[in-house]
Ligand binder design. Structure first.
Ligand SMILES: [Zn+2]
Length: 105
């Protein structure tokens, strides 16, 4: 369905979207990506509450890969996935800091 939505407006390659489709994809999926980031932070905090004493574990190395994996289904364009993954990581970090404030004020 998602692919269909974009092919209606444009026929640029799925894995190398034009500027317009790129922006549109970020607009459509940005909120979804941030939502996934929030849930991600919450699930890590639930499973490993001790980690809350430390800075957010979502921004680099393996977590960055995990962030990408969380939005890989949303686009075939690696640049779009990369941007959405940044949204995931950002939202996860923000939520992480909120949770830290609650548990370790
Ligand atoms: Zn396009």
């Amino acid at each position: 369905m998602l692919q269909l939505m974009s092919t209606i407006v444009c026929d640029c390659p799925r894995d190398e979207k034009c500027k317009t489709c790129f922006a549109q994809a970020i607009m459509w999926f940005g909120g979804m990506a941030r939502e996934r980031g929030v849930r991600w932070a919450e699930s890590v905090a639930r499973r490993q509450p001790r980690h809350l004493a430390q800075p957010s574990p979502h921004n680099e190395g393996r977590p960055a890969e995990l962030a990408r994996a969380k939005v890989a289904d949303l686009s075939e364009d690696p640049r779009i996935v990369e941007r959405l993954a940044a949204n995931v990581a950002e939202a996860a970090e923000r939520r992480w800091r909120q949770l830290q404030g609650v548990l370790h004020p």
